[in-house]
Design a protein around this ligand. Structure first.
Ligand code: MN
Length: 245
């Protein structure tokens, strides 16, 4: 049997210190995993626990790490929005799957971590919330899942604390600490695995700290997680950007 057309390549990420690539299966995201961010979104974190949503795997756009990469890391401003928001996040990449994984062993399923950004068309999300419609097009558009190269847990171990931050044009916008997450990475993996069977290749965006805000064409953005990575990128007009691979 042969395909009627050549399927598109599976999205993948590079792995620091290796020539292997990490084939991405699914992208899951956690909403409201930092108290101050839950409050800025108008929610009470003591009453509403975090929750999950997802993006298509091919919404992924890999960015290069380190200083001076902003010219290379071009992120195109998406269509049908006037309110593109940044959400800097720790990304956990799974090397092993499972169903109903116990929290005590959940970190054994994490292969690597990366610095990511859950770009959001906030105006579309606000409209979807108001009209009780799905978030898919607010969250899962092309190039919405920014991610740096993966850092294997063998390199740095598991990240339990560390400053997470984002600057736009030199101005600090987002700041928090990985240790402030309402659900830890282990708890996220354990809970998510009660809804779906997880597999190697799954990415989990673990939520964003307070200070989300708008991006404009021409903005230069710097972000980082202490002890993990720093990434610089720029927002460009759609026609100036290459389509995500
Ligand atoms: Mn997010």
């Amino acid at each position: 049997m042969k395909n009627a057309f050549q399927p598109r390549c599976r999205p993948s990420l590079s792995i620091v210190g290796s020539s292997d690539r990490f084939p991405v299966r699914r992208i899951y995201c956690v909403g409201r995993n930092y108290r101050e961010h839950a409050r800025e979104m108008g929610d009470d974190p003591s009453r509403e626990p975090p929750f999950f949503f997802s993006k298509p795997a091919d919404a992924l756009l890999e960015l290069a790490e380190g200083e001076g990469q902003a010219k290379r890391n071009r992120v195109f401003y998406p269509p049908r929005t006037k309110q593109l928001h940044h959400e800097v996040e720790l990304v956990a990449a799974l090397g092993r799957g499972g169903f109903e994984i116990a929290a005590e062993v959940a970190l054994e399923h994490v292969f690597a971590y990366a610095l990511g950004n859950d770009l959001t068309r906030r105006d579309l999300q606000a409209e979807a919330k108001e009209k009780r419609r799905p978030w898919d097009l607010a969250k899962g558009f092309d190039g919405s899942a920014l991610c740096g190269p993966l850092h294997g847990v063998g390199e740095n171990g598991h990240l339990e604390a560390g400053r997470i931050w984002l600057e736009v044009a030199g101005e600090l916008r987002q700041e928090g600490d990985i240790g402030e997450m309402i659900w830890s990475v282990a708890e996220i993996v354990a809970d998510l695995s009660t809804y779906v069977r997880l597999h190697c290749g799954d990415l989990i965006y673990t939520g964003t700290p307070a200070g989300v805000g708008g991006l404009e064409i021409g903005d230069s953005v710097r972000s980082g997680i202490e002890g993990l990575a720093e990434i610089e990128f720029q927002i460009v007009e759609p026609q100036a950007a290459e389509a995500p691979a």
